[in-house]
Each structure stands twice: as structure tokens, then as C-alpha cells.
Design a protein around this ligand. Structure first.
Ligand code: GDP
Ligand code: MG
Length: 461
């Protein structure tokens, strides 16, 4: 086991660098004893009630002052880790917290590993693994919506649904066991139909969870959007217009953008990596040719591709050629330069390009017209579903993978039941499903996976 619960651990829990305050955090059975051995204030911390704050000074073993602090006493079990904790609020900056940390280490505390405070909260059962992972997502949230989803998970929204699924799997098992127990001279209650119905209920819960994963993952990790099209249609202008600043060089000369240029922005709470690319054409030199190859690679790797065409002139064979390389399901067609008079509306544009394009917008990158509509289209294209209740989204690929295993094993269990397999055989599949679910919540997560999860945290969390 990675954790050594006997130890009292210590770490600086605030970011390093200039700031008003920094916090040094102790957790473990000896927290109060260690804190008292370094702290001098008007009263003894060991005698203080939980959730009380005390002014004083921290001294090292030689009696030299490390810092003036506010000590917060937090008693087990109502603490982050469920253990006794003391937090020293130090002056900010690089040195004060470091000195207090050193003094605590000298007094017998051990330096905490990454994520060890949260790991202790998990090992004590205060948080399940989904909630513990949500802590890292709260800290790492890049947008307001990402934060809301992570907070929902931390507060148990997703865990609640996973527990419901767990209960439902227990029901399946109970139905199967009923089949096993039934002696030959008794009437089988319901028979395989009852088992099939119970499996279907569980699979329904899994499907509901999986249906929300794309949105959740997009909100957490962001999506990449590549802007492609033939030269001079206004790709760089569109990039700048969406960013609302001049990031990409715009000129009337075709072939200006050579390298792919990336920039980060938020679209309705979703972090987006926007990539402006070189215009696709038979390039005039080696550097431009390399740029075109990069543009192709960017389009292949992006979640969403924006194909820009010139709506004032209409589409031609050069546009058709590019369109033929793109997947309609993840492409948004943009007719640009409508300020010059649009030859075609958005539907006509999509029609003119052939293929089954479902998403098209007409804009003027120059005048800013139609950009709001385009932003909306991009979000819908990326998320697939409109943002709804935030608390139960899957945001973690690990969870998605495990739930797909749950679904696959349940599908096998259903097939075996239909095929008339003995209940014992079906039970094995259902046990596998339960084990896969247990890996999500942390009940059966292998040690090395746990280690990797907590290593992603910062020290002091
Ligand atoms: N009138 C008009 N001109 C535009 C618009 N967007 C881009 N342009 C012009 O088209 C030319 C090419 O633009 P640029 O963004 O460099 O195109 P890119 O080669 O596709 O990146 C420049 O002269 C832009 O000023 C637009 O919406 N309206
Ligand atoms: Mg350009």
C-alpha cells in the first residue's frame, strides 16, 4: 500500500510564488503534538476545540523564529482527510512557508506525497475515487462550466448514479441466484425473463451515463477546432475574429499562413484550441507545401473542422476538393465575406458542396456578422447535446472505458441468458461487470492505477 496511515504528513498547500498568505498543512494522529512542539501562542493547540484559529509564532529547534502564523486546529473526523489536522497560515512568498515546513519536518512530520491528503480522504472512505478525482478537476478547471461539473462530481452527483448502477447490478445477481436456488420440483419465479429485465435496467443506467460523456470530456479537456479552406477565403481573419484580436497575419496575398497557428479560447464555457492553417492548394514552394501537409494533419486530428469558403464568389472545384477530404459529421461549413454580398445562403452553400453537411453558417470575419451563430454551431457540433444538468457528466476517460466494459459484459450476460446458459455462467459475467464498476468508484481499483491517479495531484492537495 502506498499510504502509511501511521505517519503524520506535512506540505505547503498553496502555490509557490508571491501571494498574501501561504498554508502549511499537517495531517495525521500526531498533527497537534507536532504543531504544539513548534508553535507558541496564547494557548496550547492540543487543548483547542476543532475548527478554531490561534495567533502565534513558529520556532525552530534552536529557538529561531520561522514565521508569525495563524494556526487552525481541525479535529478528526470532520476534516479533509478525516484525521487530525493543523493548518499554519503563514506570510506569503517563497521563504516563510518553506521555513515552517522545515520546522515541522524536523519535529517529526513526513513530507506528503502528491495527492496524499486526498488519498487519505479516499482511503478513509470520506470520498470515493470519483470524488477524489473530481478534486483534481476542481483545481484544474479551465472554465466556469468545467468547474461546475467538477464540483457536482465532488459533491457526489456522479457517485450517486454509479451507486444506483451498483445496486442495480446486485439486483441482477439476486435474480440469477434465485434461478440457481430453485430446485427442480419448484416453479421457477419468472425464469430467464426476470434476469433479462434486470440486465436491461442496468444497461439502461450505463447508457444514460455514457450518453453524457462527450460533453463532459469536452468541458474538462477542451476540444480542438481546425480552420481549413483554400487560400484567401479568410481563415486567418476568422481566427482573429473569433479570438477578438490580431493573432494570425492577414494579407490579400494567397499563401500567407504557412505554419499552423494555435490559440486558446472559451466558447460558452468549453475550452477550445483553435488552429488556423495554411490554405490548401498546390503549393508554390517547399515551405508552403509543408504548411498544407500540416493543415491536413490538423484537420485529421481536430474534433471539429471549420471549412471556410468565400460566400461572395460561391464555391468552386478547389473547395469541393477540400470538402471531399472531410468528414461531414464533424465539419462546420462557413461562408465568409458576406459583407461583399452573399451569392449563396448557408443551406445553399452546404448543398453546393455536395455531401451531407448539417452545419453551415454565413459570416463576415471582417464585419463580425454571423459570428455568434457560428459560435453556437461550434459548441453544438462539439458537444452533440445542449448543456443540461451538470452534475452527472462523465469527464474522465478512465470512467468511460470502465463503463463500456460494464456494458459489454452485461450484453454478454444477456446473450448467455437468451442462449439458455446455466445461471452460474451468467453470474460470472455479472461479477465482471460489478468489478469493472468497482474500478471506477475505487472499491476494486488496482494499486498502480490508484498511484497514477494521485500522482496527478499537486503536493499539498
Ligand atoms: N470583405 C471581406 N474581406 C475579407 C473577409 N475576411 C477576410 N477578408 C480579406 O480576404 C483576404 C484574405 O484574408 P485571410 O484571412 O488572410 O485569408 P486566408 O488566406 O484564408 O487566411 C484579406 O485581404 C482579408 O482582409 C470578410 O469577411 N470580408
Ligand atoms: Mg491565412
Amino acid at each position: 500500500m502506498r499510504a502509511s496511515p501511521g505517519d503524520t504528513i506535512v506540505a505547503i498547500s498553496t502555490a509557490v510564488g508571491p501571494g498574501a498568505i501561504a498554508i502549511v498543512r499537517l495531517s495525521g494522529a500526531r498533527s497537534l503534538e507536532i504543531a504544539d512542539s513548534v508553535f507558541r501562542g496564547s494557548s496550547n493547540l492540543s487543548g483547542a476545540p476543532s475548527h478554531s484559529v490561534h495567533h502565534g509564532h513558529v520556532f525552530d529547534a534552536d529557538g529561531r523564529e520561522a514565521d508569525e502564523v495563524l494556526a487552525t486546529v481541525l479535529r478528526s473526523p470532520s476534516t479533509y482527510t478525516t484525521e487530525d489536522m493543523v493548518e499554519f497560515g503563514c506570510h506569503g512568498g517563497a521563504m516563510p512557508a518553506r521555513r515552517v515546513l522545515e520546522v515541522c519536518l524536523d519535529a517529526g512530520a513526513r513530507l506528503a506525497r502528491r495527492g496524499e491528503f486526498t488519498e487519505r480522504a479516499f482511503l478513509s472512505g470520506r470520498l470515493d475515487l470519483v470524488q477524489a478525482e473530481a478534486v483534481a478537476d476542481v483545481v484544474g478547471a479551465k472554465t466556469r462550466r468545467g468547474l461546475e461539473i467538477a464540483l457536482g462530481q465532488l459533491e457526489g452527483g456522479l457517485s450517486g448514479r454509479l451507486w444506483k448502477l451498483r445496486t442495480s447490478l446486485l439486483d441482477v445477481r439476486a435474480e440469477i441466484e434465485a434461478q440457481v436456488d430453485v430446485g427442480s420440483d419448484e416453479v421457477q419465479p419468472g425464469g430467464p425473463d426476470v434476469v433479462l429485465a434486470a440486465i436491461a435496467t442496468s444497461r439502461g443506467l450505463v447508457a444514460e451515463l455514457l450518453s453524457r460523456c462527450e460533453l463532459g470530456i469536452a468541458v474538462r479537456d477542451g476540444i480542438s477546432v481546425a480552420i481549413v479552406g483554400r487560400p484567401n477565403v479568410g481563415k486567418s481573419s476568422l481566427m482573429n475574429a473569433l479570438l477578438m484580436r490580431d493573432r494570425s497575419i492577414v494579407t490579400p496575398l494567397p499563401g500567407t499562413t504557412r505554419d499552423a497557428i494555435e490559440e486558446f479560447l472559451h466558447l460558452e464555457g468549453v475550452p477550445v484550441r483553435l488552429i488556423d492553417t495554411a490554405g490548401w492548394r498546390d503549393a508554390t514552394d517547399e515551405a508552403e507545401q509543408a504548411g498544407v501537409e500540416r493543415a491536413r494533419a490538423a484537420a485529421a486530428g481536430a474534433a471539429i473542422v471549420v471549412l471556410v469558403v468565400d460566400a461572395s464568389t460561391g464555391v468552386g472545384s478547389a473547395d469541393d476538393m477540400i470538402a471531399s477530404e472531410l468528414e461531414p459529421a464533424r465539419t462546420v461549413i462557413v461562408g465568409n465575406k458576406i459583407d461583399l454580398g452573399a451569392k449563396l445562403g448557408s443551406d445553399e452553400l452546404a448543398g453546393a458542396l455536395g455531401g451531407s453537411w448539417s452545419c453551415a453558417a454565413c459570416v463576415s470575419a471582417k464585419e463580425g456578422e454571423g459570428l455568434d451563430e457560428l459560435r453556437g454551431l461550434l459548441v453544438t457540433a462539439a458537444l452533440g447535446s445542449p448543456p443540461g444538468d451538470e452534475e452527472a457528466h462523465l469527464t474522465n476517460v478512465r470512467h468511460v472505458v470502465a463503463l463500456k466494459v460494464v456494458d459489454a459484459t452485461l450484453a454478454r450476460a444477456a446473450q448467455l441468458t437468451l442462449d439458455g446458459a446455466p445461471p452460474e455462467v451468467v453470474a460470472v459475467e455479472v461479477a465482471d461487470a460489478a468489478a469493472a464498476l468497482g474500478e471506477v468508484t475505487g472499491e476494486t481499483t488496482p494499486e498502480d492505477v490508484l498511484e497514477r491517479i494521485f500522482e496527478r495531484f499537486c503536493v499539498g492537495k
